[in-house]
Design a protein around this ligand. Structure first.
Ligand code: TYD
Ligand code: MG
Length: 448
């Protein structure tokens, strides 16, 4: 028999190399490679378990059946409930609320008299019970199994046939056929593959918890992203009570959909009107602040953008952004500089999206420009004005998707004026609408 050849894997993204590397060529992280023993077992098993091809028209559609959880925010990110036989990865930093959310889900689902199997490799049944007491989960249908090897877990899944399986966390699970340590890339990959296969063949939905660690001591959930149907990530930080669960990938629903929660003493509470909370602590009438209606999945949410532009005391100006792409900010600074002839090269610029949320959309461009101009000129923008639009390199303001939905959300939240891109689209809403074609026109109207 041929000696199995060992490879080195990046513990963050799973990149494979035949020799040790200091820096991963795929994800760019430093010092993340570890040696792992390769096994040829996977392909043999895959052959054994594979089913013959089926004509497309004969495929049964039972896999699109959905099981609603009954937590509206969670159902929304999943695309309307849990799909039978689907695999969902829930990633996030330790302590952000993954176990809490899943235990709350288990409690909701257990009300339908079906067993829910909660497998924990990192906490004892007692610890889970204590958490359960805080959030009011005490159903006899929630079955706790503290195990970490795939063989035991699969045995129990097949015997109990639960409505849903929860694995908390995948980094503590190991497959005895592989000799590398739990939490390494080979283990995480192999164990997940085995568990997902069992879930798929028996039509049981499975949730995998994946910790994200910055130092790369555990294989990141990135390794699993292509193996599962749905990838959800927790956003938000520990200083902030709001938790955002965002769908990064979803084979059964829209991506970039978010669910908003608040961590309370009795678990995660759903926030059904997010615009409310993100604007709640806004300081009214201060320069540098502007509200942007941002599409988060299918729903518009009003977010506050803040800019601080001040004269730099040092040679090299500081540029810091939180919650928005810094490259995009540099681009917008250059556009203001060139088109409006406002020299920003000697200014420190800080940009912040309030509430710990991230904006991925270019529709926030016009808001960033407005906030920077407001701070620079020390002039406030009316607190009842909302701004959105994409800004191009020539300073032109471009149209964005779902303009009407955004304006309506602003109207609903009591705003009386919206500054929007100049397009032919007719927006029906009960607010004053000002269309601007470039950032010069924005400057002319924004401080009114
Ligand atoms: P947890 O779900 O254990 O995080 P994860 O599984 O992602 O590591 O959440 C842990 C944090 O949440 C912990 O700091 C305590 C806090 N928490 C509450 O504030 N209220 C609650 O009801 C619960 C259960 C946890
Ligand atoms: Mg946990």
């Amino acid at each position: 028999m041929k000696e199995p050849k060992n490879n080195f894997f990046c513990q963050i993204c799973g990149y494979k190399s035949s020799k040790w590397l200091g820096r991963c060529p795929s994800c760019g992280d430093w010092n993340t490679f570890a040696e792992e023993i390769s096994t040829p077992l996977i392909s043999q098993r895959a052959l054994k378990e594979s089913a013959p091809p089926v004509p497309l028209n004969l495929v049964s559609v039972s896999e699109s059946e959905r099981l609603p959880i009954g937590m509206r925010e969670f159902d929304r990110v999943l695309g309307g409930g849990i799909v039978a036989g689907s695999a969902t990865l829930i990633g996030g930093e330790p302590g952000i609320g993954k176990s809490t959310l899943l235990l709350q889900m288990a409690e909701r689902l257990a009300r339908t008299d079906k067993p829910i199997l909660y497998i924990s490799g990192e906490e004892s049944a007692k610890q889970i019970k204590l958490r359960g007491e805080r959030i009011g989960a005490k159903s006899p249908n929630i079955l706790i199994l503290t195990a970490s090897d795939t063989e035991t877990i699969i045995l129990h899944i097949q015997k109990i046939k639960p409505a849903v399986v929860i694995i908390d966390s995948i980094q503590t699970i190991y497959s005895p056929e592989i000799s590398s340590a739990p939490g390494s890339v080979s283990q995480v990959r192999e164990a997940s593959e085995r568990l997902i296969t069992v879930a798929k063949t028996s039509d049981i939905p499975i949730f995998l918890v994946g910790h994200v660690t910055k130092d790369g001591s555990l294989a990141g959930p990135k390794v699993l992203e292509h193996m599962v149907d749905t990838v959800l990530y927790f956003e938000g930080d520990h200083n902030n009570l709001y938790r955002i669960v965002r769908s990064m990938k979803n084979r059964f629903g829209p991506t970039n959909e978010i669910g908003v929660f608040e961590m309370r003493g009795e678990g995660l509470a759903e926030i059904t009107n997010p615009s409310d909370i993100f604007l709640a602590q806004r300081a009214l009438g201060v320069p540098g602040s502007v509200v942007v209606p941002s599409m988060e999945g299918s729903r518009p949410i009003l977010l506050e953008l803040q800019a601080l532009v001040s004269h730099s005391n040092f040679g090299i100006p500081k540029r810091t952004t939180i919650g928005f792409d810094p490259n995009r900010v540099s681009l917008l600074v250059a556009v203001i500089d060139k088109i409006l002839r406002v020299p920003l090269g000697t200014h420190d610029i800080f940009i912040n999206v309030a509430g710990g949320i991230r904006i991925e959309e270019t529709a926030a461009d016009l808001g960033i420009v407005a906030a920077m101009l407001s701070s620079l000129n020390d002039r406030e923008i009316s607190p009842r004005t909302a701004v959105f639009g994409e800004v191009g390199l020539a300073g032109e303001v471009r149209g964005v998707a779902q303009a009407e939905l955004r304006v309506r959300e602003a109207a609903r939240m009591g705003f009386n004026r919206c500054i929007v891109p100049k397009t032919k689209e007719n927006i029906a809403a009960e607010v004053e609408i000002i269309k601007v074609g470039n950032i010069g026109e924005l400057l002319a109207v924004v401080f009114r």
